[in-house]
Design a protein. Structure first.
Length: 340
């Protein structure tokens, strides 16, 4: 009989990997796991209660806010605030950082950047959505967390992960020592280790991009798409086009089967669309730890210096060979490079 290992057990076993931590990071990861179970419950019954649809408001990104977005945001903020291991939170849904103003949390070591519900435009049509999180050690010495604490390069992350709420619910995370995936067993209410030591294939047969914006793409991206569509038996082309519209879902599929996900600059979004701190950095950390690659088309995502909480960036992520091929086309055909 195979012994089941829960997320909590796994985190405790790996705690020795962090000599500077006295258990705070482990507890913080468990807090995130608990909040994700609550969000998963509401996602699964969203069609049965009055939680679907838009609130009538827009978030700081100018996007219509779904009711479930608000619920997810509140749940993660509550979990991270009550645990005492986090002094401040940066969320996609909030313009400024959320300072956790209590005696226990003020001098906590960690900060968390989070996208509480990625792909929320898919909620009403029952397509997979997800949560993305990133954990850093604060740079300020004590007291309340500051905005400057969050403006660190992605290389400084101590942990990152995502939760995908789909046909099964999975939590995938890394602490810089490989990537492990846990599937929620609803019968016992626990995330159980199901995908140890995840590795993305070096190459794949899938490219994920919203081709509806093709006319607005840089020339390098257009040339790469044409390359993916050309027939060539030596490289197993043409590749399949698979685009869900939820970054977590697209990247999770590519992590398992191989492929590349691209969200480039466009003439409509000249700085890119996805956010660096709480979308691109954590996903890049995970994929690099799984032997993949992530860049803005020219340079490594994790080395971009953030200048603001909601900074955007073009995003190329997935199997190493496919990302490098896309970068080759960008370098050759795209005249203007995006400055991070």
């Amino acid at each position: 009989m195979t012994k089941v290992k829960t997320l909590g057990q796994f985190i405790i076993e790996k705690q020795a990997d962090f000599p500077y931590s006295k258990g705070e990071l482990s507890r913080l990861l468990r807090d995130i796991g608990i909040a994700s179970k609550i969000v998963n419950r509401e996602v699964n019954k969203a069609g049965l209660v009055n939680i679907l649809g838009e609130t009538g408001n827009t978030n700081v990104q100018g996007e219509y806010v779904k009711k479930l977005d608000i619920f997810a945001n509140e749940q993660f903020i509550a979990a991270l605030s009550s645990g005492g291991e986090c002094c401040a939170i940066a969320s996609e849904e909030n313009e400024d950082i959320i300072i956790i103003d209590n005696a226990v949390s003020q001098n906590a070591k960690y900060i968390v950047a989070i996208d509480p519900l990625d792909g929320s435009s898919n909620i009403d049509v029952n397509v997979s959505v997800g949560t993305i999180f990133s954990i850093y050690r604060r740079t300020s010495l004590s007291g309340p967390g500051t905005t400057e604490d969050f403006l660190q390069q992605g290389t400084e992350q101590v942990a990152a992960g995502y939760v995908i709420y789909g046909s099964s619910t999975m939590l995938v995370y890394t602490t810089g020592k490989g990537v492990n995936g846990f599937t929620l067993d609803p019968s016992i209410g626990e995330f159980c280790l199901s995908h140890p030591g995840m590795k993305i294939p070096k190459n794949g047969k899938t490219y994920s991009i919203n081709e509806g914006y093709y006319i607005h793409f840089p020339d390098g991206v257009k040339k790469f798409i044409k390359y993916c569509q050309d027939e060539d038996s030596k490289t197993n082309r043409p590749y399949s086009s698979r685009y869900i519209g939820s970054a977590v879902a697209d990247i999770h599929r590519n992590l398992i089967t191989g492929g590349v996900f691209i969200y480039p600059t466009t003439s409509l979004s000249p700085k890119g669309k996805l956010r660096l701190l709480y979308e691109c950095n954590p996903l890049s950390f995970i994929l690099e730890q799984a032997e993949g690659k992530a860049s803005d088309g020219f340079k490594r995502i994790l080395e971009i210096q953030p200048k603001s909480l909601h900074q955007r960036t073009p995003f190329f992520i997935g199997s190493a060979d496919m990302v490098e091929k896309a970068e080759d086309f960008m370098t050759k055909y795209s005249v203007v490079q995006v400055k991070g």
